[in-house]
Design a binder for this molecule. Structure first.
Ligand code: HSE
Length: 436
């Protein structure tokens, strides 16, 4: 059988990696897919660079629309990233009856509902394994491997850049900006690095995972997002003293009232495997009612790790080229007419435990005022640390871990504590999950 002709959009980090992996493992890939898979036409902004990554035998253009409109191309691989023109290109490819493979989490999280509906209408597939956690086959695991389960919750370290920064800060006491620069040089960071450090990239990925896990439409706008830019070296050290690691976690949980979808810095007990996922590595912990907890770990960014997921999708699409469109694995794991409209809860409604750090006067009664505010709101203290005033500072540092409470109660408590004469500045609040 003739090889499948692929049109590649973008020859940057992941595009280059995809060309490399397809070439390097061509024979094994053909044995798996039943046909060879060849990049026949590629769109690039840098023709020389495209040749360098081994695309010298492919047709090359600087106009990506030429590729999606080419009659010979059966599968379009979109690795440009961003919202536009990626969206227009993907919709044009679908309209032309081509299957699509994409690594574009922003595109799927924001426009996936529209894209999948268009693909459904045309009977083509849109595969996006590389959009979440790079090389980890987490989408296949949730969509297919865990299909027998009711998924209760999942929690993931799904931004390599953020995890790399937090790890380097903890281990080497390095500067935030310095580590971010290194991540950019290594090709891990997004074009706009605020997407990494403010949690937007992780929220894109979490939105996708929540839809696959619970069978709900993609609702990026309802995900709560908080970045890691305010985490200090002190917080990292105190968390450690109390037996925790601070990770930038994406959490999706099904509760009796609705669905939680949130990305924020989180204290995790250091004995949990996921708390020990360091550097650019990603991990996703999934709790299914039948299987219990399962953990998926691997490289969350980078050229060939992400290409590994792109090529797996290419093999999947190639295998199903002849299959009846109604008998394919559904885009969002559940049949399109079976998605449910579960309520996505605002952050005030979620329940979690907390780490609090505050500076207070070192005199009798101060701690009593703080604990009374917490007690009146039914917030119980689980652990406590007090550090003597540092030199030149007249306030003592108090660190508290609380039990699980509704965020609305914690907001009220923080307002009252911050209003105390004896307490300085803002209270640092980091959520805590035991993930048990
Ligand atoms: N910027 C992303 C990360 C790349 O750091 O994880 C992979 O999506």
């Amino acid at each position: 059988m003739k090889p499948v002709k692929v049109g590649l959009l973008g020859t940057g980090t992941v595009g280059g990696g995809t060309a490399t992996v397809l070439k390097q493992n061509a024979e094994e890939i053909a044995r798996r897919a039943g046909r060879g898979i060849e990049i026949d036409f590629a769109a690039t902004l840098d023709l020389e660079q495209a040749k360098k990554v081994g695309l010298d035998h492919a047709r090359l253009t600087t106009d990506a629309f030429e590729v999606v409109n080419d009659p010979d191309i059966e599968i379009v691989v979109e690795l440009i990233g961003g919202y536009s023109p990626a969206k227009e290109l993907v919709l044009a490819a679908i309209e032309n009856g081509k299957h699509v493979v994409t690594a574009n989490k922003a595109l799927i999280a924001l426009h996936g509902n529209e894209i999948f509906a268009a693909a459904q209408k045309k009977g083509v597939m849109v595969a996006f394994e590389a959009a979440v956690a790079g090389g980890i086959p987490i989408i296949k695991a949730i969509r297919e491997g865990l299909a027998g389960n009711r998924i209760e919750w999942l929690a993931g370290i799904i931004n390599g850049t953020g995890n790399f920064i937090l790890t380097e800060m903890r281990d080497k006491g390095r500067d935030f900006d310095d580590v971010l620069k290194e991540a950019q040089e290594l090709g891990y960071a997004e074009a706009d690095p605020t997407f990494d450090v403010e949690g937007i990239d992780a929220a894109h990925k979490l939105t996708i995972l929540a839809s696959l896990a619970f069978g709900i439409p993609l609702q990026f706008e309802k995900a709560y997002t908080e970045g890691i830019t305010k985490i200090t070296a002190e917080d990292v050290a105190y968390a450690s003293e109390l037996g925790y690691r601070i990770k930038h976690l994406g959490v999706a949980r099904r509760t009796v009232r609705g669905v939680e979808m949130r990305v924020h810095p989180t204290l995790i007990p250091h004995r949990r495997l996921i708390a020990n996922v360091d550097g650019v590595m990603n991990a996703v912990l999934v709790q299914g009612d039948a299987v219990g907890p399962t953990l998926y770990y691997g490289a969350g960014a980078g050229d060939t790790p992400t290409a590994s997921a792109v090529v797996a999708d290419l093999v999947d699409v190639t295998r199903t080229l002849t299959a009846d469109p109604n008998n394919r694995v559904p885009h969002l794991a559940f049949q399109p007419d079976q998605l449910s409209d579960l309520w996505v809860m605002p952050i005030e409604e979620i329940e979690t435990a907390y780490y609090l750090r505050l500076q207070a006067d070192d005199r009798p009664g101060v701690l009593a005022d703080i604990t009374r505010i917490l007690g009146d709101l039914e917030i119980s203290i689980e652990a406590f640390l007090q550090k003597e005033p540092r030199e030149g500072v007249d306030k003592a540092e108090i660190i508290l871990l609380t039990n699980r409470v509704q965020e609305a109660a914690m907001i009220k408590a923080l307002q009252q504590i911050e209003a105390l004469q004896s307490v300085a500045d803002k209270v640092t609040r980091i959520r805590l999950e035991t993930l048990g």
